[in-house]
Design a protein. Structure first.
Length: 326
């Protein structure tokens, strides 16, 4: 069941308190039975291996930090996340955190949280609000840099070579920060070589099945595909299935670049079916809990907290896999 946070108004504050597993303190904010911090977190969904690892990191880190976590899965829908956040406000949690499905349309609900005196932390994805006072901090990757790294690697691969290089692109969820920025960073990076041409670009919604379906259409509509750039590993892995079904060899007939570096992607990279992966770490839990404690204590925090990430070639993937945590 998606919703563990539905709030029944009929029972009054007592019923709300019982449903949330919280009790009201004298200051009018929710706290655990032993006074622990209560964090309301709305997750995008479970669309990929990356997202599953991200959820596990948040849950494990909350438990280790002694923070009571009220978790909800928005199933990829903005309206569900807005409902989640309003539920957290009604419950009077101490801090709200969420990974926005899309970048736009958050000002109204964020203002409601601000008016209620509940600090908000963004994780993994940003919002495009011009009023940055509506949230305390944004913890996550620089998606444009990820796209740039992917493009720069490709430029080096074809340095000094002549002839057009046809690239197809599997975009992430339309309107999401990673899809927008990974597309922009990549496109900007490959401009230095006019032979590198993006001939088809379509969303696969960050899902493996959609990546396969869209790649099938690419293979049917584009006579010659040299490179696939997928905004995450899962779409790339789906595309590999389509490439094999078409009688082509992934990693050789079509070079493949993806973003994330989850275990399935790294395994495909080590096997030579993917050529290059830009890392986007899902293990944000510890940084999030540190930030939650700081904002609850009134301690100033950085507005932008970056995660540490690298890139992987085939040999680097082979070396990293034995100790890979996700």
């Amino acid at each position: 069941m998606r919703r563990t946070l539905s709030v029944a108004v009929l029972g009054g504050l007592l019923a709300v308190s019982a449903l949330a597993g919280c009790s009201k303190d004298d200051g009018g904010t929710a706290s655990g039975d032993d006074g622990q911090i209560v964090l309301g977190f709305s997750q995008v969904g479970a669309e990929s291996g990356w997202r599953t690892a991200n959820t596990e990191s948040i849950k494990a880190s909350a438990a280790a930090a002694g923070i009571k976590l009220q978790f909800s899965d928005a199933q990829g829908k903005q309206e569900n996340q807005i409902s989640d956040i309003r539920g957290f406000i009604t419950q009077k949690v101490d801090v709200i955190a969420f990974s926005p499905v899309v970048t736009s349309g958050w000002d109204a609900v964020l203002k409601e949280a601000k008016d209620a005196g509940i600090p908000v932390i963004l994780t993994d994805r940003a919002v495009d609000s011009t009023d940055t006072s509506l949230y305390e901090s944004f913890i996550g990757s620089d998606f444009k840099v990820e796209g740039t790294k992917a493009g720069e690697w490709l430029v080096k691969q074809f340095e000094g070579k002549t002839g057009d290089v046809n690239i197809v692109e599997l975009q992430g969820t339309t309107g999401s920060a990673p899809a927008i920025d990974r597309q922009t960073g990549f496109a900007d990076a490959i401009k230095v070589n006019p032979n590198l041409k993006i001939v088809k670009s379509q969303t696969g919604d960050f899902k493996r099945a959609d990546g396969k379906t869209v790649m099938e259409t690419f293979l049917q509509s584009v006579p010659k595909i040299d490179v696939l750039y997928a905004h995450n590993d899962d779409m790339g892995l789906g595309a590999i299935e389509a490439i094999k079904a078409a009688g082509k060899t992934p990693g050789k007939d079509i070079q493949i670049i993806t973003v994330d570096a989850v275990k399935d992607g790294m395994t495909a990279l080590a096997a030579g079916e993917i050529n290059f992966i830009v890392e986007c770490s899902p293990l944000l839990g510890d940084q999030l809990m540190e930030t939650v404690k700081a904002v609850k204590a009134g301690t100033p925090v950085e507005k932008r907290i970056l995660t540490k990430e690298g890139t992987f070639t085939q040999e680097e993937a082979k070396a990293a896999l034995p100790t890979r945590k996700y």
